[in-house]
Each structure stands twice: as structure tokens, then as C-alpha cells.
Design a protein around this ligand. Structure first.
Ligand code: NDP
Length: 386
């Protein structure tokens, strides 16, 4: 039996992970499940899967969680320290699917106890890639990508030598506003930005798909995860979302990973790696699909991509600043205080005006936290001035 924990169990990735685990209950011993606001879902899954502990990140909800778990034998806990404690419980495989920079510390803790970390929380790599990789190496822990593009690259690289890689192409659907006239973007509503054409995901990543901040994070994630020179990483708009990524080799071959837009594929691959398991995902009928289309990304529509390239050139803690500014700007859009195009403007201004010393500091957890906090303050201040 493999001991597994799921951080962000109540979210879109967490629920897809539970779907796979619940299909083979005898194979898994569930250690910890975590969530934040959705106590009913957290308690229901923790009881169903027989978890040792259920943790909510929201301390004010501890009593609700205790009530929901009463008599079940599942322990209840709440708050950031409880998340870290849960991550330190021995597990063989840990899903990191908390949304945002809040996923960083539980992920690092899981690596410190030597677990295999299935990483959906791309923000961890963007904020602190070097720290994550260093921690994994030090504790002989394995990191497996769960983002569909990075899982696709990972699969295309099986048996290959990185020195033969000429380019890595990650695809993007283009999100909700791919075909909108540019002048309409300023009037985009939260509801419109929250509707993804192909993927069913959490609200924040769905809005980030419309702005391409999601792809911007993934550009940085690709550099961090695979150690690829940013000049060799391309973004390709592919409205059908069936090819998730391609790897180009120096003999001209392009290896593409093709599959339905269903995160259970990438999660299942990380769960069964290095083997493949039978997965309950749609089998594509390519004759029926008929055609796949591609186009180059439009810099005017998606300034986030340009910003990501600047962040990669800047290195240091620029990723932590970028992500924190992006999260704050996204909060502003969700709260209705920012218009859709203003998110990128706020992030750019934070990158341009924040004390460069913060970005050049060494990559320690304290410095990442500090850069994150300063960037959030700066972004908030800029939003208030608008
Ligand atoms: P969701 O918003 O659906 O779920 C987020 C999870 O994190 C929920 O369990 C939520 O709890 C919990 N959570 C929210 N805030 C906090 C916090 N401050 N501290 C601890 N836990 C918190 O997100 P997704 O599942 O869509 O995405 C999760 C991660 O996976 C993100 O990093 C995203 O970029 C990445 N990802 C997602 C994909 C997808 O298809 N959804 C694809 C590829 C990557 P609750 O719901 O109980 O409030």
C-alpha cells in the first residue's frame, strides 16, 4: 500500500486525484487531505478515504471541520502550522495542488521527508525553483510534473538526452478572450474570464488562462523544471487543447504529446510513474476531430508572456515577485477593483519599481517570503492609486 497525501484536495486537481485514488482503494493508505473553505467536501472525502488527518488552511473553520468529522476517527487540524505538520507526516507520494504561493512550504516540507512530490502547484517552481530543486536533491526526493504541458514534455523526454533538445513548445488554448477584439478586453467581466473554452479548472487558473498569466508561469516552470534555456522555449496557441506540448530535437524530429483535456491523465501518469496505468480518460478519435490548428501568440493581447521572459532574464527572486504581484492583481480583478488588462499593467509596474535588492537576494525561504510580501504590498499600493 502506498501512503499518499493530497494538498488542495477540495480543488479541481485534488478532486481529480481523489477520483483516481478512490478507484483503487486497496492500493492507497491516505495520510492527509487538506483544503481551505470547502469543509463539507474535505470531511466527506477524508471519511470516505479513511485519511489519518484532514486539515483546513482556514483556522476559523476548525470547529466546523471537527463537527463534520465527529465520530469518524479522522483527526481535524487547521492553520498554516497544521498544513506543515501534515506535510511532515511520512508519505510515499504527495500531491501539491494548493493554489498560489501558499503551496510552497507544504511542498518543501514533503520533499524534506523524502516523499515523491507530484507538483501541480506551478507557483512553487516560479517563486522558488532553485530552492525546490535543491531541497529535492538534498533529501533524495523526486519531483514529478502534473501541469499537463510539463507532464507532456516529461513524457516526450523519456529515454532522450537533454543535449539533443533544440526546443520545447508548450501549447496554450488562448483562453476565454482568444478571439475577442482587443478593445473589448477592458470591459471583460469576471464571469466571462472564468469560462474556459476547453478545460474545467479552478477559477484562478481559468482567469490566468484568459490573460496568459498561466502560460507565463508555465514558461518559467519549464525553465526551472527541465533546465532549458528560455530562448529554446516557445508558446504556441492551439485552440483545440489536444497537443499539450512538443519537444524538438536536433535531428528535426518533433515529439508531440496528444491527449484529451483531462487532468486525470497527467495526475495518473505521476501516480503510476515510471509505469503507465489504465486511466479513465477519453480515447481520441482523430478522424472525427479532423484538424488541429495553431497560431503564434499575440503580444498585444497577452503581455504576460513578455513579462515572463523579462522575469527569466532577471533571474533571482524575480519569479516570486512576479507571482505575488500577479496573485494580488488577480484578487483585484476578482474583487472588481481592476479591469482585465490592468492586471498586466500592475504586475509590470511592480517589476519595474520594486527595490532591485529584493530580487537579487539569495534564494532562501525567508527571502522568498519577504520578496513575496513586498511585491504584494507594492501591487496593492499601485492598485489603490489607479
Ligand atoms: P482550485 O482553486 O480548484 O483548488 C485550490 C485548492 O487549494 C483547494 O483545495 C483550496 O481549498 C485550497 N486553497 C485555497 N487557498 C488556500 C490557502 N491559502 N492555503 C491552503 N490551501 C488553499 O485550484 P486548481 O485545482 O485549479 O489548481 C491547483 C493548483 O494546480 C494551482 O497551482 C494551479 O495552477 C495548478 N494546476 C491546475 C490545473 C487544473 O486543471 N485545475 C492544471 C494545471 C495546474 P478550498 O477549495 O477548500 O477553499
Amino acid at each position: 500500500m502506498r501512503r499518499v497525501s493530497i494538498f488542495g484536495a477540495t480543488g479541481s486537481i485534488g478532486q481529480n486525484t481523489i477520483d483516481l485514488i478512490a478507484r483503487a482503494p486497496d492500493d492507497y493508505d491516505v495520510v492527509a487531505l487538506t483544503g481551505a473553505g470547502n469543509i463539507a467536501q474535505l470531511a466527506q472525502d477524508a471519511i470516505r478515504l479513511g485519511a489519518d488527518v484532514a486539515v483546513t488552511a482556514d483556522e476559523t473553520r476548525l470547529q466546523d471541520l471537527r463537527d463534520a468529522l465527529a465520530g469518524s476517527g479522522v483527526a481535524a487540524a487547521a492553520g498554516t502550522d497544521a498544513l506543515i505538520e501534515a506535510a511532515s507526516r511520512p508519505a510515499d507520494w504527495v500531491m501539491s495542488a494548493i493554489v498560489g504561493a501558499a503551496g510552497l512550504e507544504p511542498g518543501l516540507t514533503a520533499l524534506e521527508q523524502g516523499a515523491t512530490l507530484a507538483l501541480a502547484n506551478k507557483e512553487s517552481l516560479v517563486c522558488a525553483g532553485e530552492l525546490i530543486l535543491r531541497t529535492a536533491r538534498k533529501h533524495d526526493a523526486r519531483l514529478l510534473p502534473v501541469d499537463s504541458e510539463h507532464s507532456a514534455v516529461f513524457q516526450a523526454l523519456v529515454g532522450e538526452d537533454m543535449s539533443a533538445v533544440e526546443r520545447v513548445i508548450i501549447t496554450a488554448s488562448g483562453g476565454a478572450f482568444r478571439d475577442w477584439p482587443l478593445e473589448n478586453l477592458a470591459g471583460a467581466t469576471l464571469e466571462q474570464a472564468s469560462a474556459h473554452p476547453n478545460w474545467d479548472m479552478g477559477q484562478r487558473i481559468t482567469i490566468d488562462s484568459a490573460s496568459m498569466f498561466n502560460k507565463a508561469l508555465e514558461l518559467i516552470e519549464t525553465r526551472e523544471y527541465f533546465g532549458v534555456d528560455p530562448a529554446k522555449i516557445e508558446v504556441l496557441v492551439h485552440p483545440e487543447s489536444l497537443i499539450h506540448a512538443m519537444v524538438g530535437f536536433h535531428d528535426g524530429a518533433l515529439m508531440a504529446h496528444v491527449g484529451p483535456p483531462d487532468m486525470r491523465h497527467a495526475i495518473g501518469y505521476a501516480l503510476s510513474w515510471p509505469d503507465r496505468s489504465h486511466l479513465p480518460v477519453e480515447r481520441l478519435d482523430l478522424a472525427q476531430i479532423g484538424a488541429l490548428t495553431f497560431r503564434a501568440p499575440d503580444d498585444a493581447r497577452w503581455p504576460a508572456l513578455r513579462l515572463a521572459r523579462e522575469v527569466m532574464a532577471r533571474r533571482g527572486l524575480a519569479g516570486a515577485v512576479f507571482n505575488a504581484a500577479k496573485e494580488t492583481a488577480l484578487d483585484g480583478f476578482i474583487a472588481g477593483t481592476l479591469r482585465f488588462p490592468q492586471m498586466a499593467e500592475v504586475v509590470e509596474e511592480v517589476l519595474n519599481t520594486l527595490d532591485p535588492g529584493l530580487i537579487d537576494a539569495a534564494m532562501t525561504l525567508d527571502n522568498v517570503r519577504h520578496a513575496d510580501q513586498m511585491a504584494r504590498h507594492s501591487a496593492q499600493h499601485i492598485i489603490e492609486q489607479l
